[in-house]
Design a protein around this ligand. Structure first.
Ligand SMILES: [Zn+2]
Length: 248
């Protein structure tokens, strides 16, 4: 027996099964990460072909089986087709999907995660922000929704709000000029970059790609998130390996 349901989500991956079918992983607002079979979707005439591609965002009409779902139809709001025209954009988008797959689980609501991925892909297509900065913002926001990232504020040693000089993962937050010597992993950051970390963590996904940082602020922000990812995620992502090969 199977039940029909409609879920809002975004396709993270689609792999061929047999000659005609796709097995997709879809991140949904209502039920988190789910497996969906799109039967016949690989046939060029199939109405499922377009909605079975990574980045497709919309409402998916599904039959719920015991272990997976079967696609019955979909109303796609956004395909993000523009990303496919640029190899760097497409691999960065695939990395974002891989990271979402790493952080999310089945049967656990993922409203914020879906909104984040949707707004991130949108920011990429708009091209108003540097791609490296978009990537760092996405990584930080995903970590703050699903993992643990220290929220900047007062100095973790003296609780002072003046002269904040940077961040420390070991100390778990901001450190002031006087106490930076106490943090072995002290990372100097200009105030604008520290504020940007705070801004990204507390604001909704649709707002986080709207700020500006100067060159130093951008470099400090990216360095902070890169160190965070190395320290707390430290996993290899296939799409990232492709990206780094391309950038050599
Ligand atoms: Zn202090």
């Amino acid at each position: 027996m199977s039940f029909q349901t409609e879920l809002t989500g975004i396709v993270l991956s689609a792999s061929p099964v047999d000659d005609y079918n796709y097995r997709m992983v879809v991140l949904t607002k209502e039920r988190g990460k789910i497996t969906v079979f799109a039967k016949g979707a690989r046939k060029p005439t199939s109405s499922f072909l377009a909605c079975s591609q990574p980045f497709a965002y919309g409402k998916f009409n599904l039959y719920q089986g015991r272990e997976a779902y079967n696609l019955n139809g979909a109303v796609i709001e956004e395909y993000f087709a523009k990303l496919r025209d640029d190899i760097e954009l497409v691999y960065t988008g695939m990395y974002f999907c891989e990271l979402a797959m790493y952080y999310t689980v089945e049967n656990q609501k993922a409203h914020q995660e879906v909104d984040l991925l949707y707004n991130t892909l949108k920011a990429m297509t708009q091209g108003r922000m540097d791609l490296a900065l978009i990537r760092s913002i996405y990584e930080l926001k995903m970590a703050s929704i699903c993992g643990e990232a220290p929220l900047p504020g007062e100095c973790v040693v003296c609780h002072g709000k003046e002269e904040i000089a940077g961040m420390s993962f070991i100390r778990g937050g901001c450190v002031c000029r006087e106490h930076k010597v106490l943090a072995k992993d002290f990372m100097a950051m200009v105030p604008a970059a520290i504020y940007a970390v705070y801004y990204v963590m507390v604001n909704a996904p649709e707002k986080i790609y709207s700020f500006r940082l100067d060159e130093q602020g951008t470099a400090d922000f990216i360095n902070y998130v890169t160190c965070y990812m190395k320290r707390f995620v430290g996993r290899r992502f296939t799409s990232l390996e492709f990206l780094s090969m391309m950038c050599v």
